[in-house]
Design a protein around this ligand. Structure first.
Ligand code: ATP
Ligand code: MG
Length: 402
């Protein structure tokens, strides 16, 4: 006997009455996608739970993948048995025998959705608990802080037993609430901003500004690698690489140096907004954090933001760098972001960018030139790369990890 399925408990989405059906469908599709390398898996979705039926696929790798799926509150590998007390006792004993080491404590925690079952939750706790105490050496009960918590759930169709609860990633299923464009640099912040927005159910496509030969292929690869990390949460991420050299050179020539940073950001935002429009996105995401650098003061944001009415999501706006780094480490982007690279902005950064640019001034400076053809050329020259995350099923898997 071994775990034959994984029971998935939904997260916050259970609060969203009317949207629930849509969320559950989306979650099912996302799980299917994340587990697409495991051909034998079947997914059964119910109103309040979902089951991944393993059909002998390796439970440890499936668990690893499920930890990255947004919309899951928690999940447990489970054993499905007949709804009769002898079968339940046998399965419970089997699970405890597998997991237990001498001196361990345990607790049985029963739940019923089928209230007609012959035992109530107390009766189940006692009967199953007694069976384990009689049959396992050197084990005792501890209801407050057990080493092993055996959950027995009596549902309409069968009984489900589990011994371990894994935390899910929380949030909402990715792409259940539309799509937004993530302005992805090679820095630490923007991948974290993308991750946090995906967690709220938003699908993302990334936009990256690249200025060859001032920025190298390595810098581009770095961004693709970052996108690859984000793709772990959605299966894949499209990256739109914008050729930005000409615009940066023009800004460098035509705009007074104190304002070149503001102009650069404004052009980036305009182009991103045009790509968003073409791709039918609903918002733009950036990694801006208040006060971090010259372009992230309130005055700067006002001057930059003035080019569009599109909602701009800034998940990091009030976070400290250390908080951001902590998340970057958790999602495994920190090391990639720390690779040395040339940022298209740092290369052209003037010695003293204005920290309090004025909107009227930047508009006046920009008006001296017709930016339309340059912007169009950049948008037309976009190269789109699809970055996928694939988890290969191991040849020899460790079947009984639990
Ligand atoms: P990050 O760590 O994300 O690079 P940062 O602290 O370095 O952020 P800035 O360089 O001012 O801050 O960039 C602010 C935001 O502008 C970034 O978080 C990102 O969303 C966007 N951005 C900056 N450079 C680029 C780029 N080359 N391509 C796409 N977006 C960019
Ligand atoms: Mg940066």
């Amino acid at each position: 006997m071994k775990y034959d399925r994984i029971m998935i408990r939904y997260g916050e989405m259970s609060l969203k009455g009317r949207n629930r059906k849509h969320f559950v469908q989306k979650l099912k599709k996302n799980i299917q996608f994340m587990l697409r390398d495991f051909e034998n898996i079947r997914i059964e979705s119910k109103w309040d739970r979902m089951f991944v039926v393993l059909n002998d696929e390796p439970v440890d790798y499936v668990v690893k993948q499920l930890k990255k799926v947004f919309g899951i509150q928690s999940f447990s590998p489970v054993l499905k048995t007949e709804k009769n007390i002898d079968a339940i006792k046998a399965a419970a004993l089997h699970l405890v025998e597998q997991a237990h080491s001498p001196g361990n404590t345990f607790k049985v925690s029963a739940r019923r959705t089928d209230k007609t079952f012959e035992y109530d939750t107390n009766g189940l706790n006692h009967t199953v608990g007694a069976h384990i105490l009689i049959n396992v050496d050197d084990i005792s009960v501890n209801v407050k802080k057990p080493d092993l918590k055996l959950v027995v759930e009596i549902r309409q169709d069968a009984a489900y037993l589990s011994g371990e609860v894994f935390h899910g990633a929380g949030g909402f299923p990715v792409a259940s609430s539309g799509k937004a464009m993530l302005m992805l640099s090679g820095g630490i912040d923007s991948p974290v901003a993308g991750f946090l927005t995906m967690k709220r159910g938003v699908g993302i496509e990334a936009v990256h500004f690249h200025s060859p030969p001032f920025t190298s292929e390595r810098a581009k690869q770095k961004v693709l690698d970052l996108a690859g990390k984000l793709a772990q949460y959605s299966g894949s991420v499209k990256v739109h690489i914008v050729p930005f050299t000409k615009i940066q050179e023009t800004i460098h020539k035509e705009i007074p140096s104190g304002y070149s940073m503001t102009a650069t950001r404004r052009m980036m935002l305009k182009i991103t907004d045009e790509i968003r429009n073409q791709r039918e996105g609903l918002a733009i995401i950036t990694g801006e954090s208040l006060g971090q650098v010259a372009s992230q003061t309130m005055e700067s944001m006002l001057a930059i933001n003035a080019v569009t009415n599109t909602p701009i999501i800034r998940p990091l706006i009030a976070m400290d760098k250390l908080e951001i780094i902590k998340i970057a480490e958790e999602i495994d982007t920190f090391e990639i972001s720390n690779r040395p690279y040339e940022d298209c902005c740092t290369i052209f950064t003037p010695p003293s960018p204005k920290t309090r640019p004025r909107l009227d001034k930047i508009i006046t400076f920009e008006e001296k030139l017709d930016w339309g053809p340059l912007l169009k050329e950049a948008v037309d020259g976009v190269e789109t790369i699809m970055v996928s995350a694939r988890v290969k099923k191991p040849e020899n898997s460790i079947e009984d990890l639990f």
